[in-house]
Design a protein around this ligand. Structure first.
Ligand code: FAD
Length: 349
């Protein structure tokens, strides 16, 4: 029986919240905040020193960029570029944009480095468990259904081809279904950061869902700060505060988007090896990287691996990673030395 569903998409708190744009000419001390809905979640752009007319131009460009990203990557829209690729059952290379090619190339690399834990071809399993555009199941999926969905999975079946006349995507398994939901927020966040920079702003904080990029300073002349939430759906408590210093950050958490079926808590993060939602003590993984796309790809892979393998891989790859594990008494945090350099304040409890 379906008991309940929880979907709290962002595990990061933007510490600029509550600051609003003021009227009048551009003023270096004023923050403009442009926000709205996109991709089943929210975006928020805070920029220092924009005039009213620049603010209007920014909003228009942001909305247009997000619409384009959604058109490229959505599995929730039948006519997106990705959905059309998923519907195509042939093996001829299909043209894609350079941006989409970069997102897929990054995803395939992280997929290999995580030994297939981060797997953008896991879509049939995501949909079977009701975390994609399809409805949640009312009965626990059977092993036969899981095995059938697993047969459609495999990074080795997907190839990005870069040629002088453009970039292409090719599959050699007719039912292969690519799900870029795990990197889509980071992808869009990087685009918004580039857009804001392109308009000449150097002090900004942008986010789409759980992915954030910041550069420069806030209205108080201090670096923008982002808070990692404690991994619980019941409170908005802060686990740690980081200063991004121009980097991208993303958090993936098993407690953010889940439902309960037959008394079992089912998270939206699927282990491609078992074909089932993850069930372990690691409840949140935050990664800081040079782009939000990169951070967004790693956080899901680390969540799938579980705390021991995630720690070992983070150390081996010199990643800036903050993990939160559930303990009988509460939570325990772990961070790599690379992450420590971004920490302003951390609660070990
Ligand atoms: P992350 O941890 O970053 O990623 C988890 C997601 O990745 C899962 O939900 C699943 O889709 C996938 N996944 C699960 N396991 C794995 C794995 N092992 N490897 C790789 N991927 C895995 N949601 C809506 O409700 N309505 C919409 O209209 C909608 N449109 C969207 C359009 C776009 C372009 C994108 C990118 C997403 C859209 N979403 C939509 C989805 C949603 O907003 C989030 O992007 C999604 O829930 C994942 O983000 P996250 O940060 O919560 O999770």
């Amino acid at each position: 029986m379906l008991v309940s569903r929880y979907s709290l998409r962002s595990a990061l708190i933007l510490c600029c919240a509550g600051l609003l744009a003021a009227c009048g000419p551009a003023d270096k001390q004023q923050v403009s905040v442009i926000s709205g809905k996109t991709m089943g979640t929210y975006y928020r752009v805070s920029v220092l020193g924009a005039s009213k007319s620049q603010e209007a131009e920014l909003r228009e460009k942001i909305e247009s960029q997000l619409k384009e990203d959604d058109h490229q990557l959505s599995t929730y829209k039948d006519d997106s570029v990705l959905s059309r690729f998923n519907q195509y059952t042939g093996s001829e290379p299909q043209p894609i944009s350079q941006g989409m090619a970069d997102a897929i190339t990054t995803s395939l690399r992280i997929g290999r480095l995580t030994d297939g834990a981060m797997d953008i071809t896991v879509g049939p399993l995501v949909n079977l468990w009701g975390f994609g555009p399809t409805k949640q199941p009312v009965k626990m999926p059977t092993q036969e259904q899981i095995d059938a969905a697993k047969k459609l999975d495999g990074l080795q079946h997907l190839k990005v081809i870069e040629q002088s006349d453009g970039t292409y995507l090719q599959k050699d398994l007719p039912g292969l279904y690519v799900d870029l939901s795990t990197v889509g927020e980071g992808y869009a966040t990087d685009h918004l950061a580039r857009l804001v920079e392109g308009m000449g702003f150097s002090d900004y904080l942008v986010s789409v869902g759980g992915a954030v990029v910041s550069r420069g300073y806030n209205e108080k002349g201090r670096p923008w700060q982002v808070a990692i939430q404690k991994p619980t759906d019941k409170e908005n408590a802060v686990q740690a505060i980081v200063d991004l210093q121009g980097m991208g950050i993303s958090t993936s958490g098993s407690y953010r988007n889940y439902y309960e079926l037959d008394g079992v808590r089912l998270s939206h993060i699927i282990d491609p090896k078992t074909g089932r939602p993850i069930q372990h003590k690691l409840v949140s993984a935050t990664v800081i990287a040079s782009t939000a796309l990169e951070a967004d790809g790693w956080d899901t892979g680390l969540m799938v691996l579980g705390e021991k393998k995630a720690m070992a891989l983070a150390e081996q790859q010199h990643l800036a990673v903050y993990l939160i594990m559930k303990t009988p008494d509460g939570f325990q945090a772990y961070m790599t030395p690379q992450f420590k350099t971004y920490i302003r304040k951390a609660d070990q409890g």
